[in-house]
Write a protein that binds this ligand. Structure first.
Ligand SMILES: Nc1ncnc2c1ncn2[C@@H]1O[C@H](COP(=O)(O)OP(=O)(O)O)[C@@H](O)[C@H]1O
Ligand SMILES: O=P(O)(O)OC[C@H](O)CO
Length: 493
């Protein structure tokens, strides 16, 4: 029997390929960062050709490290940054433009245009999503309106639309498809039927001919080409949905928070898509093969690890991301500095397109260490806002928070998170839960793992942070943060 499953994790910052064994343990990993392209304030692009090259390279790299070949893999799963939008030429395989990244705000004028047309409630009822620069629909319209000939090619089926899952899967298998979790983030899929919705396609004037086929998150999609010759691709889902599976959040009420470039808290809400009244998204959690779809409430935070990258790349106050912990720990507190990182507006629970980042409370006393500390705290405060919205919405307070993602290695952040939530934070042994979830989705379809129960038995807590802050202090800081948040509003109006 082949003893391993491979998972491609195409994230906002980097692409990884990870090999897992039957216990869900990592056997080998290779990772490569790609360029973040910022052509104008608020714009963020990726070179999709570079991402495909990096994907090929990390696949070869991890297989090499493990001394394995594609023939040793029972199957392969694929997970990805969601919403990031690409059009490419069906014949040549060349992208028509750089991919427009999920956090890009160039479509704010389109938000205003469609808001003025009315129908926002109908849109939310059908897709679970508000009108926002975040989702693919408006990014695709921007491409049609700004790239000469793009619409005509799309209408003729000569240009294909896809998020990063479709792009990688098309390059790997030659098949043009997406899974229903990724499709849920385009704002073109009906959350009940899990198919492209005619009313939405008409509203946004999107030609059906360019859209990928929507499939489940766990089924055999096809055999791969080099560098995974012959291996079966049998799992595909958005990264946050994959992390939910990787954290074994299979029961209603189970939740996880993934700290990557952004920060995304998803709570399983079972088989009925319920709309939030507190600024959360309703999304498909996953659809495993022929099983009934499972839904989730999501609190999306655009800027988390991206803030650490910004301190590194734009301000140069740290050399590498991990350095932020020592710098922030070199001062006992934030020195009354609060950082609202509304670089892409504010997402959940505020949904303010026109907010922009601010650092508040600066004095002659403030140092780069206070700013570093305020940056880490901002990630925890944003998560607290989402947790509070989730509790109000569901009427159930979170007993503990399961965490993962690149920033979850930061112990200072994790302790502050527990303090500011007033609830324990638990990190599992494997924090590569996104890739693990994709491997699980693939392995369930291929029969490598029997069922969800077998998978859930692999989950092990590795570390737990208990809250140590007094209630009074917590409330004081939350009030200060809330003040800093309001100061960031309406900057671009
Ligand atoms: N020790 C650390 N402390 C704080 N942030 C970190 C640390 N290590 C990595 N990061 C941040 O985590 C992010 C990468 O996490 P990852 O889960 O790989 O993200 P993505 O899936 O979005 O590419 C980067 O933004 C990086 O700055
Ligand atoms: O790349 P990540 O892990 O920050 O995730 C990005 C999200 O999928 C965007 O919705």
């Amino acid at each position: 029997m082949t003893r391993y499953v491979g998972a491609i994790d195409q994230g906002t910052t980097s692409s990884r390929f990870i090999l897992f064994d039957h216990e869900g343990e990592i056997v080998a990993l290779d990772q490569r960062e790609h360029a973040q392209i910022y052509p104008r304030p608020g714009w963020v692009e990726h070179d999709a050709a570079e991402i495909w090259r990096n994907t090929q390279s990390v696949i070869a790299g991890a297989l090499n490290k493990a001394g394995l070949t594609a023939a040793d893999l029972a199957c392969v799963g694929l997970t990805n940054q969601r919403e990031t939008t690409l059009l490419w030429d069906r014949r040549t395989g060349a992208p028509l433009h750089n991919a427009i990244v999920w956090m890009d705000t160039r479509t704010d004028a389109l938000v205003a245009r469609f808001s003025a047309q009315g129908g926002k409630d109908r849109l939310r009822a059908k897709t679970g999503l508000p009108l926002s620069t975040y989702f693919s629909s408006l990014k695709l319209i921007w491409l049609f309106e700004n790239i000469p000939g793009a619409r005509a090619k799309a209408q003729a089926g000569e240009a294909l639309f896809g998020t990063m899952d479709s792009w990688i899967a098309w390059n790997l298998t030659g098949r043009h498809f997406t899974d229903a979790t990724n499709a849920a983030r385009t704002q073109l899929m009906n959350l009940e039927t899990l198919q492209w919705d005619d009313e939405l396609l008409t509203l946004f004037d999107i030609p059906r001919a360019c859209l990928p086929q929507i499939l489940s998150s766990s089924e055999i999609y096809g055999a791969c080409r080099a560098p995974l010759e012959g291996a079966l691709l049998s799992g595909a889902l958005g990264d946050q949905h994959a992390a939910l599976i990787g954290q074994a959040c299979f029961a209603p009420g189970d939740a996880k928070n993934t700290y990557g470039t952004g920060c995304f808290l998803l709570m399983n809400i079972g088989e009925t898509p319920r709309l939030s009244t507190k600024g959360l998204l309703t999304t498909l959690a996953y659809r495993l093969g022929e099983e009934k779809p499972v839904y989730a409430l999501e609190g999306s935070v655009a800027i988390a690890g991206a803030l650490v990258q910004w301190l590194r790349d734009n301000l140069g106050i740290i050399e590498k991301s991990a350095d932020i912990e020592a710098l922030a720990a070199s001062v006992p507190d934030n020195g009354d500095v609060y950082f609202t990182p509304a670089f892409s507006g504010l997402y959940a629970p505020y949904w303010r397109e026109s907010a922009r980042g601010i650092i508040a409370g600066l004095t002659r006393f403030s140092t780069k260490a206070h700013i570093a500390r305020a940056a880490l705290e901002a990630v925890a405060f944003q998560t607290r806002d989402v947790v509070a919205a989730m509790a109000e919405d569901s009427g159930v307070a979170l007993e503990e928070l399961r965490v993962d993602g690149g920033m979850a290695v930061n112990a200072l952040l994790m302790q502050f998170q527990a303090d500011i939530l007033g609830a324990p934070v638990v990190r599992p042994r494997c924090i590569e839960t996104t890739a693990l979830g994709a491997a699980y989705a693939a392995g369930l379809a291929s029969g490598f793992w029997k069922d969800k129960r077998e998978i859930a038995a692999h989950w092990r807590a590795e570390k737990k942070w208990n809250p140590m802050m007094s209630t009074e202090e917590r409330e004081r800081r939350i009030a200060k943060w809330a003040k800093a948040v309001t100061r960031s509003f309406d900057w671009t109006d």
